[in-house]
Design a protein around this ligand. Structure first.
Ligand code: SF4
Length: 295
């Protein structure tokens, strides 16, 4: 059996670590802050359970820096904002509490998405987000809309367009989840254009979506079974969606130990590909484990 690893080494916009730009950059910021300030650092995060998983080999998160989503728990520690950003209400409260902000590791594509949302709201558009409802970015965007007294409509599937409580001529500003697969949303966009007369769309997909998802498609078409190695709500789920479109044997793992020999029985070619928070070394471990299960 041949095991083919999804290889991003030649893919523009994906760092050599295999992580997405945002996570790679946030890890570097956290490491720099630990080196500079030592102990007593806190990352405020929308997903504190995930912030350091990709960096466990580097020891990040074990000492010197911790992650939390509870501002009140920060007592005398210095603050860093995590890769997934922070709602305006959290930033305001941190200021009021007098917390010392050392660095903002928010992914630049998340910041761009926030700016697009703010711009549309300022221009008088009602905000429609094409995204899964449970995505961690939703409270952040709802927080931005709340600042200007507006509601947010989340559209996950075509039928949701009918539930948007706006009339045909009210302005509709559309942004998309940063981890976004255009194919899924084409139908939704066309339905939005059918229903509303004044629609402005901002494509806020990040570079990782634009580059990683075509690699998933390529690999899924090439192999008999494909393993998606990831745990992120956005990118991992998008990768599963793409892989399932082109391959009927798709498996997801969050740990190498979850690999099962029966998935690969009778298969000639198996693909393994990492999501945006899965470093290369973890994918290499999965490749070796699959080879040993097949031996
Ligand atoms: S997946 Fe995209 S938006 Fe999310 S952190 Fe990575 S680069 Fe940023």
């Amino acid at each position: 059996m041949e095991v083919i690893k999804g290889d991003f080494s030649q893919t523009k916009g994906i760092p050599p670590s295999g992580l997405c730009v945002g996570v790679h950059r946030a890890g570097a910021i956290h490491q720099k802050m630990v080196q500079k300030y030592g102990e007593g650092l806190t990352v405020w995060s929308l997903r504190p359970d995930l912030d350091f998983v990709a960096f466990k080999k580097d020891g990040l998160g074990e000492k010197g820096v911790r992650a939390t989503d509870d501002l009140e728990s920060i007592k005398g520690e210095k603050l860093i904002y995590g890769v997934r950003g922070a709602p305006p209400q959290v930033r305001k409260k941190a200021q009021e509490m007098g917390l010392e902000l050392l660095a903002d590791a928010t992914c630049p594509f998340v910041t761009q998405q926030e700016e697009a949302a703010e711009e549309l709201l300022q221009q008088g558009y009602n905000l429609v987000i094409l995204s899964s409802r449970t995505h961690h970015g939703i409270p952040r965007l709802q927080g931005i809309a709340k600042e200007v007294g507006r509601a947010v409509f989340i559209v996950e599937k075509e039928e949701d367009v009918e539930d948007i409580r706006l009339t045909r001529f009210e302005p509709v500003g559309v942004i998309v989840q940063t981890t976004f697969w255009l194919e899924t949303y084409k139908k939704i966009m066309s339905r939005l254009l059918d229903r509303f007369a004044n629609v402005r769309i901002r494509n806020t997909a990040c570079i990782d979506s634009l580059q990683r998802l075509p690699e998933v498609e390529k690999l899924a078409k090439q192999v008999d079974a494909i393993v998606i190695f990831g745990w992120t709500e956005g990118m991992t789920n998008r990768m599963l969606e793409v892989a399932r479109t082109f391959n009927s044997n798709v498996y997801k793992i969050e740990k190498v130990e979850q690999l099962q020999a029966e998935w690969f029985r009778g298969k000639e070619k198996v693909g393994v590909i990492g999501a945006n928070e899965t470093p290369n070394w973890m994918v290499d471990e999965a490749v070796e484990r699959i080879k040993s299960l097949a031996a």
